[in-house]
Write a protein that binds this ligand. Structure first.
Ligand SMILES: Cc1ncc(C[n+]2csc(CCOP(=O)(O)OP(=O)(O)O)c2C)c(N)n1
Length: 272
């Protein structure tokens, strides 16, 4: 991948992170930690990889995206706004009563959202259904999803993982945002979902392990996933919750807490 493309994406990821801070601050609520950890993966997908059309969000041939960890809606909203699905000005409406950008993504209200999520564990099932449906319709569109490592505690994920391998869904690839933390503690302590690599391999998936904040590694993993036939791919991304904001990094307290004015100002400065 050319240096220029990687740098452009890194700069977009910073802009997405700034939006996450600004919008959760404006709402005085929301989930900055798990949004910041997913920003680089979301950027690579929405600004380099996925075939999507902001002018035609329902385009039948589009690639699909499912945010399994729907509480990280701010990262998805920021990407959709930057990509032109709706004006960035709307991000200020996050979580306001009646606004289309609620705390979890709503596919009926937000242009560009392919699946309503927030109840952890259901996203992969939806992604599997989409991949099967696209195959039936003879479309060559791909399905991408991002799941949390805490989300893997939901049993439904493993039923979907089994189905995806059984049906040889090679147009389906998922990222695991392996930031090690969940709502109120380390995933390892609450209920370990590890070893993630071994588990997906045992379920018949192609598995790749990367640094989820290296744009180069993310782009390479995407290319590898696309070249694999006969199996879905799981990209286990090692990430840092709160990535990019010094006082939020690896701090469980920033799972679902919004920055106040002073904290937001510091964060935005760090993200210049
Ligand atoms: C079925 C279900 N149970 C509980 C919750 C409450 N909840 C919201 S976020 C979260 C932790 C998620 O952890 P992880 O998937 O690792 O997300 P991340 O750390 O990346 O934000 C929980 C338990 C939920 N949204 N859905």
């Amino acid at each position: 991948m050319s240096e220029a493309i990687t740098q452009r994406l890194e700069s977009t990821a910073r802009q997405i992170r700034r939006h996450i801070i600004a919008m959760t601050h404006a709402a005085s609520s929301g989930h900055p930690g798990g949004s910041l950890s997913a920003a680089d993966m979301v950027t690579a997908l929405f600004f380099k990889e996925m075939r999507i059309d902001p002018q035609n969000p329902q385009w039948p041939d589009r690639d699909r995206f499912v945010l399994g960890k729907g509480h990280a809606a701010p990262v998805l909203y920021a990407a959709l706004a930057e990509r032109g699905f709706f004006p960035a000005e709307e991000l200020k409406g996050l979580r306001q009563a009646g606004h289309f950008l609620q705390g979890h993504p709503d596919m009926k209200k937000v242009p560009g959202v392919d699946m309503s999520t927030g109840s952890l564990g259901q996203g992969l099932s939806a992604a599997v259904g989409m991949a099967l449906g696209l195959r039936l319709d003879n479309k060559d569109a791909r399905v991408w999803a991002i799941l949390g490592d805490g989300e893997l505690q939901e049993g439904q994920v493993w039923e979907a993982a089994m189905a995806a391998a059984h049906y040889k869904l090679d147009k389906l690839a998922i990222f695991i945002d392996d930031n090690g933390l969940q709502i109120d503690g380390p995933v390892k302590e609450v209920m370990s979902s590890y070893p993630i690599v071994d588990k997906f391999q045992a379920f018949g998936w192609n598995v790749i392990e990367i640094d989820g904040h290296s744009m180069t590694a993310i782009l390479e993993a995407i290319e590898t996933a696309k070249a694999v036939t006969g199996r879905p791919t799981c990209i286990v991304s090692h990430t840092v919750k709160g990535k990019g904001v010094s006082f939020m990094e690896d701090q469980v307290g920033w799972h679902g807490t919004a920055p106040n004015a002073e904290q937001a100002a510091i964060a935005l400065k760090e993200l210049q």
